[in-house]
Design a protein around this ligand. Structure first.
Ligand SMILES: NC(=O)c1ccc[n+]([C@@H]2O[C@H](COP(=O)([O-])OP(=O)(O)OC[C@H]3O[C@@H](n4cnc5c(N)ncnc54)[C@H](OP(=O)(O)O)[C@@H]3O)[C@@H](O)[C@H]2O)c1
Length: 265
């Protein structure tokens, strides 16, 4: 992926996969706009990257994407700075490991707002200029959970199925252009995600955010419309194509029931 002297907007850049995107893209010569709620973490990352990589700049826009109109606010702020965004990485998101009825509905509303609404609105705001320039593109961070239902993460899994479907649909609309959209589908990955989701990680083998992002950037450069990070995760993503939907659900139940903590936060 050639991003030298390009500008990349990354949501959820204060930790985990988003922070790793920022680091690897700065290393490839991209200038960045990084956003999340944690202003201190973003400022620290921005100074580190500007010191380490010459010829790039990093702008920080602290923002809560759950606040109403926040995607529009982000867009307007960037326009006021007179910056054109070449690539957008819709990465901010969160999950929850529990039985569906053991979490408040308001938490699910927030999950849908962040994982789906914000991602769609940001795509809708930033894609027109990419299409006008006939260049650039979007990476949407989906999940291996995009390929089958996720009992014990029912709303999260459904939100990530949306992200994969939406991203592939956009990539189809853009086939004749030089603008590209891809869904990156990580499996369980080292970050703050599992803690925030109240997951029991004792039986999990976590990938590194570094490997996930490297796989994502390589695949985007090859114009893949989706990529599953990691061979085992890819093989697991094929299960729904090989067995019945009912059998798929039973397999996932067995894989995930031990990841639910007995007490919720
Ligand atoms: N880790 C995994 O196992 C895994 C697997 C598959 C897919 N994913 C996906 O990967 C993406 C990144 O997650 P991660 O694993 O890197 O987890 P993470 O370390 O928890 O990062 C999540 C990022 O989203 C930001 N964020 C959360 N709520 C926000 C809000 N209301 N407004 C703005 N930003 C917000 C967080 O920053 P602040 O808290 O500073 O706002 C943080 O930068 C997510 O979409 C997740 O669903 C993760």
């Amino acid at each position: 992926m050639n991003v030298k002297n390009k500008t990349v907007l990354i949501t959820g850049a204060s930790s985990g996969i988003g922070k790793e995107f920022a680091t690897q893209l700065a290393g490839k010569g991209a200038s960045l706009i990084i956003t999340a709620r944690s202003e201190d973490a973003l400022n620290k990352l921005a100074s580190q990257l500007e010191q380490e990589y010459t010829g790039i700049w990093v702008k920080v826009i602290p923002l809560d994407l759950l606040e109403s109109n926040s995607p529009q606010t982000l867009f307007s702020t960037i326009k006021t700075m007179n910056i054109s965004v070449d690539y957008l990485i819709n990465n901010a998101g969160f999950g929850q490991f529990c039985e569906f009825t053991n979490e408040k509905f308001s938490r699910y509303q927030q999950m849908i707002t962040l994982n789906i609404n914000a991602l769609v609105e940001l795509s809708h705001l930033f894609l027109p200029e990419m299409k006008k320039n006939n260049a650039g593109g979007i990476i949407n961070v989906a999940s291996t959970g995009s390929f089958q239902p996720l009992p014990y993460q029912a709303v999260y899994g459904a939100s990530k199925a949306f992200v994969l479907s939406f991203s592939e649909a956009l990539s189809g609309e853009l086939l004749e252009s030089n603008v590209h959209v891809m869904a990156l589908c990580p499996g369980m990955t080292e970050s703050n995600f599992m803690d925030n989701a109240n997951a029991d990680t004792s039986s999990m083998k976590l990938s590194s955010a570094h490997d996930v992002v490297k796989t994502g950037l390589d695949a985007f450069g090859k114009k893949r419309i989706f990529i599953v990070a990691g061979l085992m995760n890819y093989l697991t993503s094929l299960v729904p194509r090989l067995v019945s939907r009912q059998r798929t659900v039973s397999i996932v139940v067995n894989m995930l029931k031990n990841t639910v903590k007995t007490t919720n936060k």
